[in-house]
Write a protein that binds this ligand. Structure first.
Ligand code: ATR
Length: 291
């Protein structure tokens, strides 16, 4: 690419950032859209988040993504915050505005768009949410926002599931959210078929034979499974869902669409599905995935 005086710079702040796929997404989009824009990862230490956000603004950076562990830490240094990001309590995208950045969360809209593209729906579903960490908390908000019929949050530490259920029901008065211990899945009525969303870190490479629930009878209750993990490309959770007759998808498209939505916010454009699929192809090449 030809970098010149008009090149816009976007970037990612996180720690670590070495293995990020975001440059593949954003530099790929800039190339497809013929935009004079470059995207660079920046490693930012935990005690330097304020300096990073203010410094980025001072350097006229056009937009930033924020990843682990800074997604909540950036919030005090923003000029504004979008409502969904505020409810989730985590920001992954900063959009340049007059006087400072505005924070958005594109992870959840990204998950939504990824699920839609694979014909998975949350609206009206009975959802089992596995996990109660930062990712699960965001998924719980999304489920309520999307009008899930009911949500069961299952976590190893039940008090964290309880905390999420309380926070979520304080914001969303409609719909029910029930915290449970992992092994309590046995109490869920058998005749129901659930959409299970896997939002723990269990099963992530290199622990590819792990799943947060390994008991086979759990998977009889599941008609569709969504794992937020994409490495491995098919997790143990996904293979168990499939072995019991369900459909399953991984988190790679969520990563793709969270990036696309950020790019759309930065540049006021709409990315076509055709271009999205081109970028997905590049991401798979980078991950060495051959289907
Ligand atoms: P993230 O921000 O990616 O959600 P996190 O906040 O550290 O990461 O949350 C990790 C999730 O994976 C939690 O739900 C955690 O369960 P606990 O709250 O009980 O710690 C879950 N998790 C991680 N390792 C686990 C394991 N070995 N067994 C069961 N759950 C596990």
């Amino acid at each position: 690419m030809n970098i010149n005086g008009k090149t816009k710079t976007c970037g990612l702040i996180g720690n670590p950032v070495e293995h990020t796929l975001s440059p593949v997404i954003h530099n790929g989009l800039a190339q497809h859209e013929n935009h004079n824009l470059v995207y660079v990862p920046f490693q930012v230490e935990n005690d330097k988040v304020k300096e990073a956000v203010e410094g980025a603004y001072a350097l006229n950076l056009h937009g930033l993504n924020v990843t682990v562990p800074h997604k909540s830490a950036v919030i005090p240094y923003l000029k504004k915050i979008d409502k969904l990001a505020e409810n989730i309590g985590a920001v992954n995208t900063l959009v340049r505005t007059e006087g400072g950045y505005k924070g958005y969360n594109t992870d959840m809209p990204g998950l939504c768009r990824a699920m839609e593209s694979e014909n998975y729906t949350i609206t009206g579903e009975s959802v089992i949410l596995l996990g109660a960490g930062g990712a699960a908390r965001a998924v719980a908000m999304l489920c309520m926002e999307q009008g899930a019929k009911e949500v069961f949050v299952l976590n190893r530490s039940v008090e964290k599931a309880q905390a999420i259920a309380k926070e979520v029901s304080d914001i969303y008065k409609e719909g029910t959210i029930t915290p449970m211990a992992l092994h309590d899945y046995k109490k869920l009525p058998d005749h129901k078929k659930y959409l299970a969303i896997q939002a723990t870190s269990v099963g992530l490479y290199p622990n590819v034979e792990d799943a947060v629930i390994l008991e086979e009878d759990f998977y009889d209750k599941v008609h569709a499974g969504v794992d937020l993990i994409y490495n491995p490309y098919e997790t143990k959770f996904m293979s168990l869902v499939k072995a019991h007759g369900g459909r399953a998808m991984n988190g790679l498209k969520m990563l793709l669409y969270q990036g696309i939505i950020a790019y759309e916010l930065w540049n006021q454009v709409s990315i076509s599905e055709e271009v999205a699929m081109e970028i997905l192809k590049k991401m798979k090449e980078e991950l060495n995935i051959h289907e």
